[in-house]
Design a protein around this ligand. Structure first.
Ligand code: FE2
Length: 307
């Protein structure tokens, strides 16, 4: 259901978002259709995303939060003056990208890759599914969040019909700043065509400087669509859609939907979330993200071509 509730002033990548009801809104809540997969597929086609508050067991999500924070405490990211479960970070923690804290983490692995969530994708696709073995775990301290992008440039070597699951490990207020999506952006191929099919790990072999960068494990382009969410919105039309999240919620979206995050404007709290990916088992997979030790964006994941 569309809701035009007034939202507080919000900021993304250092820019205040345009505050009007035509520019900013709440995510559509699909709890009313949680068991109606034909309807969920219809909404996904229309909106490019599904938001399912409370779909997962809150206790299970909070146990996963505790296990992640214990590992982040061991990695010296947290302020030891507070219990780790509070997620209070050391000053200047910034953007902590630590996928390794999900590896061998039974609570997180069980939550993301078995039970209710995996079954959701099985029913959504109507066939057997597989997931990436790589899990993106983000712990974001006070400051800027993630700038607007689509996911395809990072994972487009297999099917393009896979889906991202964004899952918060704890409650996320507007101040802590969760994910936001750009309404209707998945339908704007006129604006996305020259961006979305580029692969961040491809490089031109016949351009020596570019090839050297790639072999050093760096990207030929960052995959970022914009550094300015309000300007991007004015170009695409539609609204930035977000909400306050609770442990147990998840948001899932396709490869062509533009998304970003609100900034973390708390004085000292980490925002914890993961991105995991699911697809039909029958479709080709991007081999950067599967197997016991996925190459990811490292030098083994680079692909040269003659330009
Ligand atoms: Fe993303």
């Amino acid at each position: 259901m569309e809701t035009l509730t007034a939202l507080p002033p919000l900021q993304s990548y250092g820019h205040p978002l345009d505050p009007g009801p035509g520019e900013l809104g709440l995510l559509r809540d699909s709890r009313d259709a949680a068991d109606d997969f034909p309807e969920l597929r219809r909404r996904f086609a229309e909106d490019g995303y599904l938001y399912l508050p409370g779909y997962l067991d809150r206790g299970e999500v909070l146990r996963a939060r505790a296990s992640l924070l214990d590992r982040l405490a061991a990695a010296d990211v947290l302020d030891p003056a507070h219990p780790s479960i509070e997620g209070i970070c050391r000053p200047g923690a910034g953007y902590v990208f630590k996928p390794e804290v999900t590896e061998g983490n039974a609570e997180v692995q069980r939550l993301l890759y078995s039970g209710r969530l995996l079954d959701f994708y099985r029913q959504f696709y109507g066939e057997e599914v597989r997931h990436y073995d790589y899990t993106w775990l983000r712990a974001v301290g006070p400051g800027k969040g993630t700038n607007p992008h689509c996911d395809l440039p990072y994972m487009g070597r297999g099917t393009h019909g896979h889906m991202t699951c964004w899952l918060p490990y704890g409650d996320i207020s507007y101040e802590l700043g969760g994910l936001m999506v750009l309404e209707g952006s998945h339908r704007r191929m006129d604006l996305l065509r020259n961006y979305v099919f580029r692969d961040v790990d491809s490089f031109c072999e016949n351009r020596p400087a570019e090839a050297a960068e790639a072999r050093a494990g760096r990207w030929s382009f960052s995959g970022t669509l914009s550094h300015n969410p309000p300007v991007l919105r004015r170009k695409f039309g539609g609204r930035w859609l977000t909400t306050e999240y609770a442990a147990g919620d998840f948001l899932t979206f396709g490869m062509f939907l533009v998304h970003a995050s609100l900034d973390n404007r708390t004085p000292d709290r980490l925002r914890l979330s993961s991105d995991s990916r699911y697809q039909r088992a029958s479709e080709p997979v991007d081999d950067r993200w599967v197997g016991p030790n996925p190459p990811g964006h490292g030098s083994a994941g680079k692909r040269g071509r003659v330009c």
